[in-house]
Design a protein around this ligand. Structure first.
Ligand code: FDA
Length: 312
C-alpha cells in the first residue's frame, strides 16, 4: 500500500518543473553526481565510454538517447538528427550496434505520419549497418499506435526491429500472440507507467503472474525473446522454465537497466546467459530518472544525500 502511494507520489513529482530544474542542475555535473548511477552521461561520447566498460564485462547493450513527448515537428526532426549522429558515432566507435527509441520522441504527438517518417529516416542507415532498433513502449494511450507502426514497418520488410510489451496491461497476452504470429522479437517488461485499473493490473502479484505466463509463451513460441527485469523471482522462473523445456541459453536473452542490479548482470553472464544492458544518456534524463525512483522509492535516500552534498 505504502509502495503504491510512493509510486503515485513520484509519478506526480515527475511533472514538477521546479524539481526538474533542481535535479538538472545537480544531477549530472560531476562524475559522482547522483543521476549518474542510472544515466550514462549527457553526451554520446559518455554513453560510448559506459558501453565499453560494459562490453569489457561481456555484457551486450542498447543505447537510448533520452527524450520523449516532443510536441513540434521541429523538435521531432532534431531528435531524429540526433539519433542519426548517434548511429554515426556508434559505427565509428566499434561498439555493438543497438539502439532503443520512443515514438513520442520522433513526433507521435504531432501526428502518426511524422513519427513513421522519422523512424524510417533512422532505419534507412541503421538496418544496413546491422543495428537492432528496439521501439520502447510508452503508456497505454500509445499502445495501439505503437504496435500499428511496428507492424507496418515489419510488413514493409524491416527485420532488425523489435517491440516491447508490458505484463501490467490486461491486453498484453493478446498482443503477444499477435507479435508471435508476425515472427517479431519482443522485449517483455512489467511496465513503468502508472495505469488505470480499466487497462492494467493494479497488484504486483497479478503483474508478476502475467509476466510468468508471458515468459512461458515467449520461450515456447516467441522469436528470440528479451526477458527484461531485475526481479530475481522472474529470472529464476525463466531459467527453470528454459531448463525444463530444453530451451538453450542462446535462444533468449535477459535485459536490465544501466546501474540497476549490476551484481545480477555479471552473475548471469557467468552462468552462461546473454545479458543486454539498456544504456540511457542525453540531456533529457529527468522523466526516465523519476520512473526509476518510482519503481524503488528506497533510491530516494541516495538522491537526497547527493543533492545535499552537491549543493553544500
Ligand atoms: P520490480 O519493479 O518488481 O522489481 C524487482 C526487484 O528489482 C526489486 O526488488 C529490486 O531488487 C530491483 N529493482 C527494480 N527496479 C529498481 C530500481 N529502479 N533501482 C534499484 N533496484 C531496482 N518499461 C516500459 O514501460 N516500457 C519500456 O519500453 C521499458 N523498457 C525497459 C527496458 C529494459 C532493458 C528494462 C530492464 C526495463 C524496461 N522497462 C520498460 C521498465 C520496466 O517496465 C520496469 O518498470 C522495471 O524494469 C522495474 O521492474 P522489474 O521487472 O525490474 O521488477
Amino acid at each position: 500500500m505504502i509502495d503504491r502511494a510512493a509510486r503515485t507520489f513520484f509519478h506526480l513529482l515527475a511533472q514538477s518543473s521546479a524539481l526538474k530544474k533542481l535535479a538538472s542542475r545537480y544531477g549530472m555535473r560531476r562524475p559522482t553526481s547522483f543521476a549518474r548511477r542510472f544515466i550514462a552521461g549527457e553526451t554520446v561520447g559518455e554513453a560510448i565510454d559506459a558501453a565499453r566498460r560494459l562490453e569489457a564485462k561481456h555484457l551486450h547493450l542498447t543505447l537510448d538517447l533520452l527524450g520523449e513527448s516532443v510536441t513540434s515537428i521541429d523538435s521531432a526532426a532534431s531528435a531524429t538528427r540526433e539519433y542519426l549522429d548517434v548511429i554515426d558515432a556508434v559505427i565509428a566507435s566499434g561498439i555493438e550496434r543497438g539502439i532503443s527509441l520512443k515514438l513520442t520522441q520522433l513526433g507521435l504527438d504531432v501526428d502518426k505520419a511524422t513519427a513513421v517518417d522519422n523512424l524510417r529516416k533512422i532505419l534507412e542507415p541503421a538496418e544496413p549497418a546491422g543495428f537492432f532498433v528496439r521501439i520502447d513502449m510508452e503508456n497505454s494511450p500509445y499502445t495501439d499506435v505503437t504496435l500499428e507502426i511496428f507492424e507496418t514497418l515489419w510488413q514493409q520488410g524491416y527485420r532488425q526491429i523489435g517491440v516491447v510489451l508490458q505484463s501490467a496491461l490486461l491486453r498484453s497476452e493478446r498482443d503477444l500472440a499477435r507479435m508471435a504470429a508476425l515472427g517479431a522479437p519482443v522485449r517483455l517488461v512489467k511496465g513503468a507507467y502508472k495505469e488505470p485499473k480499466s487497462v492494467a493490473y493494479q497488484r504486483k502479484s497479478e503483474v508478476d503472474a502475467a509476466y510468468r505466463r508471458m515468459v512461458k509463451a515467449m520461450l515456447t513460441g516467441g522469436h528470440y525473446p528479451a526477458i527484461a527485469t531485475h526481479d530475481p523471482a522472474m529470472i529464476r522462473f525463466t531459467q527453470d522454465f528454459a531448463r525444463d523445456h530444453h530451451v538453450s541459453a542462446d535462444k533468449f536473452e535477459f535485459q536490465m537497466l544501466y546501474g540497476i542490479r549490476r551484481d545480477l548482470q555479471t552473475s548471469l553472464v557467468k552462468d552462461g546467459h546473454r545479458v543486454r544492458v539498456y544504456v540511457p544518456f542525453g540531456r533529457e534524463w529527468f522523466p526516465y530518472f523519476m520512473r526509476r525512483l518510482a519503481e524503488r522509492p528506497a533510491n530516494v535516500g541516495f538522491v537526497v544525500r547527493g543533492i545535499l552534498s552537491e549543493s553544500g
